[in-house]
Design a binder for this molecule. Structure first.
Ligand code: SAM
Length: 485
């Protein structure tokens, strides 16, 4: 299928194709008729191809086109709410090891970094999980640096087993997404057997020369192996994979087209695109000089990136993290974001330390940064983030139902595309929020959440679902847990 001259990754992330697409976008940035037709197409929820995306990002960059950006922002919000309603899925990253053999120039884990190296024992993993559960989380993203000796696949599998087995009152981890380095089909099979939710791996940059410059040493320096990781994960049976670019490493327009080509490749090859797209921006990290990065994206460019991706891939989860500052995060949630983290620790062992210091609602501001991968910008506690979401009319969701009911990969996408997902997401979001309120919410939270639930209950369209929801809601209030549609 692939010719012998170029490697597989360069077949689907084809530099010349990206450059041609960028030129096409630039040529058409003022083509009002074409732009209108692209927006009309996006409104029908069929998504956009990479050429159309190129036109939109160039048109948005043209400062005379500020009304277009507002139009796209509104459309992004509308599309997200049409498909997923007001729910925002919550998760917590759990860093289990920061040992790393890679030399990534932007990352606090790089080999020359003087961060304190640490790997959690299983007892510490359990302590972290209990602390995360005491914050109300049911979904974690397990993270680790790459080091086959200090942090083998068997260690990750053991951590997953511990996390799933650790309960704290009504708290439990119901879904573990895993963000570890590119690995073999055999290892992906093992992750699948251990109950992985989504396998997440960021491309960092699709621009090969930049990738090679910023990853000078270690296994991650192999662009080909890294870029084809999601293919191997899917071959290993993992239906849900997550992709992402670390914005700031290279030109964001190139990266968006690279992202679209990656989406297309996964759709063409496996019949389903990525389950999620994460949108991180590079932040200060130990031993990293941010001034060397000349492609840092501004807040306005970042808003365009989120909104354009939302309209282009309407069914894919879009994730933003605590890398973004509080006020800005509150603003960009409305541009089509569907998942976010709150009260995050990027240090190894940070959650249990925090609970010991100030309880599960303590802000993350005084976390020990000596083991962290980068510095977070939103240091609010989980409950502060949740209250912000509720006040802005969103429903924070701790739902993990789709993956546990086998609605993954193309089965998930069928539900999403038929519009049926709203009959699951909305009631599941409200049921898991009710669990949260009863187990962890203070009085202000209870008031806010029950007001939102009373209002949103009206939006459950299917009468049978509504009746079942009412039954489950009462049973949760009476102490039962874990109902789902
Ligand atoms: N094996 C993965 C690795 O070491 O890259 C583990 C996941 S890592 C914890 C998650 C992601 O954090 C990386 O893929 C990278 O995009 C991001 N990251 C690394 N350094 C960062 C920085 N200085 N600012 C923001 N994000 C960063």
């Amino acid at each position: 299928m692939f010719n012998s001259k170029s490697e597989k990754a360069e077949e689907f992330i084809c530099h010349d194709e990206i450059m041609d697409t960028l030129a096409y976008g630039k040529e058409n940035e003022n083509n009002v008729q074409l732009i209108d037709s692209i927006l009309q197409k996006a409104e029908t929820l069929v998504g956009l191809n990479y050429k159309e995306v190129s036109v939109l990002i160039h048109a948005c960059e043209n400062t005379e086109n500020s009304t277009l950006r507002e139009k796209i922002f509104k459309l992004a919000r509308k599309i997200k709410e049409q498909i997923y309603g007001k729910r925002i899925v919550m998760f917590a990253p759990l860093y289990v090891s920061n040992y790393c053999v890679n030399g990534c120039k932007y990352c606090g884990y790089h080999t020359g970094s003087c961060i304190k190296r640490k790997k959690l024992t299983q007892e510490e993993v359990a302590n972290e999980c209990r602390a995360i559960e005491s914050m109300g989380h049911k979904r974690i993203a397990m993270e680790a640096g790459e080091d086959d000796i200090n942090c083998s696949i068997d260690y990750i599998l053991e951590c997953m087993k511990t996390a799933y087995a650790t309960k704290n009152g009504n708290g439990e981890i119901r879904r573990i997404n895993v963000n570890i380095a590119s690995t073999t089909v055999e290892n992906y099979k093992k992750l699948k057997e251990a109950g992985i939710g989504t396998y997440v791996l960021f491309q960092e940059t699709y621009h090969k020369p930049t990738y090679e410059r910023l990853h000078p040493s270690g296994p991650k320096s192999n662009y080909e192996y890294h870029t084809t990781a999601h293919d191997r994960a899917m071959q290993g049976g993992i239906d849900d994979v997550g992709i992402g670019v670390l914005y700031g490493l290279y030109d964001y327009k190139y990266e968006i087209i690279g992202t679209m080509l990656h989406v297309k490749h996964l759709e063409d090859t496996f019949g389903v695109g990525p389950h999620t797209i994460s949108i991180p921006r590079v932040k200060y990290a130990e031993g990293v000089d941010l001034s060397l990065f000349t492609n840092i994206v501004s807040d306005e460019q970042f808003k365009t990136i989120i909104a354009v991706l939302r309209v282009a891939v309407p069914y894919t989860g879009i994730i933003i993290s605590t890398r973004e500052a509080p006020d800005f995060r509150d603003e960009i949630i409305g541009l089509g974001v569907s998942q976010t983290s709150g009260g995050s620790c990027t240090g190894v062992g940070g959650y249990a330390d925090r609970v010991l210091r100030g309880g599960s609602n303590a802000s993350s501001s005084c976390d020990d940064q000596s083991t962290a991968q980068f510095k977070v910008a939103d240091e609010r506690s989980e409950s502060e983030v949740l209250k912000m979401l509720l006040k802005n009319g969103y429903i924070p969701s701790f739902c993990t139902a789709c993956y546990r009911a086998g609605r993954t990969g193309d089965r998930f996408m069928q539900f999403a595309k038929s519009g049926d997902i709203c009959n699951y997401c909305l009631p599941n979001a409200m049921l898991t929020l009710t669990e949260y309120v009863l187990d962890y919410g203070d009085d202000e939270f209870k008031q806010l959440a029950f007001d939102v639930i009373a209002k949103e209950r009206q939006n459950i369209a299917n009468p049978t679902t509504k009746a079942k929801f009412d039954e489950y809601f009462e049973r949760i209030k009476n102490g039962e847990r874990d109902f789902r549609f």
